[in-house]
Design a protein around this ligand. Structure first.
Ligand code: CTP
Ligand code: MG
Length: 233
């Protein structure tokens, strides 16, 4: 199965403040090897042959984005981000639907610059042949505990537990509808798949690389720099 000739539209939520990074600016604008994390991420998506456009959700009044050459790229579109990640994603989906940009979207966190083309290929193949769509995910490796008041309540069975990563790939219209409804009903939505889960659907889990992690805390920067240096594509 293949996508229509318009290709897949990538959505990059990049409107967060990065509070856990404790830096002087949102983490997506911190620099690794001379370019920002956001540029690393968007460049990876733009260089994939099946990705036709990248829609980036950016905070209103963000002074950093217009400074990037990326903001002038013909295949990059800026839309307004929202209060929560799901609001930022929905803003991009509304734009894509209004402008008829594409049937399939791939949502990828700005803060995951270490994504590799091979994982994007795997996700596309799996999502296109699944009735709902799919997400990259990594099996949990540590023993998992449920804590109560700082003490262990019990061990959670690790088999079948996965870390939900991005990209997450779905048809644009059903994702827009599921997200809109879930947000209207006040459901907490932390990734795209959870909007479908809430509707009773089961997206595919596609085993991806564990080095596609989300840059979150200060100590993550050195690790991202290492992986990016190892995997120049
Ligand atoms: N994001 C967004 N809009 C928001 C919140 C988050 O577009 N209102 C984006 C972030 O920019 C990031 C991705 O969603 O690329 C994942 O979110 P997270 O890692 O939590 O980033 P922040 O919210 O910026 O960080 P923190 O939670 O530490 O404040
Ligand atoms: Mg956050």
């Amino acid at each position: 199965m293949s996508t229509d000739k318009q290709g897949i539209v990538a959505v990059v939520p990049a409107a967060g403040v990065g509070s856990r990074m404790k830096a002087d600016r949102p983490k997506q604008y911190l620099t690794i090897n001379a370019i920002t994390i956001l540029e690393h991420t968007v460049n990876k998506l733009l260089s994939h042959p099946q990705v036709s456009k990248v829609v980036v959700a950016v905070s209103e009044g963000d002074p950093y984005f217009p400074e990037l050459s990326l903001s002038q790229h013909p295949d990059v579109v800026r839309v307004k981000g929202g209060n929560e990640r799901a609001d930022s994603v929905l803003s991009a989906l509304n734009y894509i639907q209004e402008s008829g940009l594409g049937e399939w979207v791939m949502v990828h966190d700005a803060a995951r610059p270490c994504i590799q083309q091979g994982d994007i290929d795997k996700l596309i193949e799996a999502a296109l042949s699944h009735p709902v769509g799919g997400i990259l995910a990594a099996p949990v490796r540590d023993t998992m505990k449920r804590g109560v008041d700082g003490q262990i309540d019990h061990t959670v069975e690790r088999a079948n537990l996965w870390h939900a990563l991005t990209p997450q790939m779905f048809r644009t219209l059903p994702l827009q509808q599921a997200l809109t409804e879930a947000l209207e009903q006040g459901v907490s939505i932390t990734d795209e798949a959870s909007a479908f889960e809430w509707k009773g659907a089961s997206p595919a889990l596609v085993a991806g690389r564990s080095d596609n992690f989300k840059v979150t805390q200060p100590e993550d920067l050195a690790l991202a720099e290492f992986y990016l240096s190892q995997n120049k594509e």
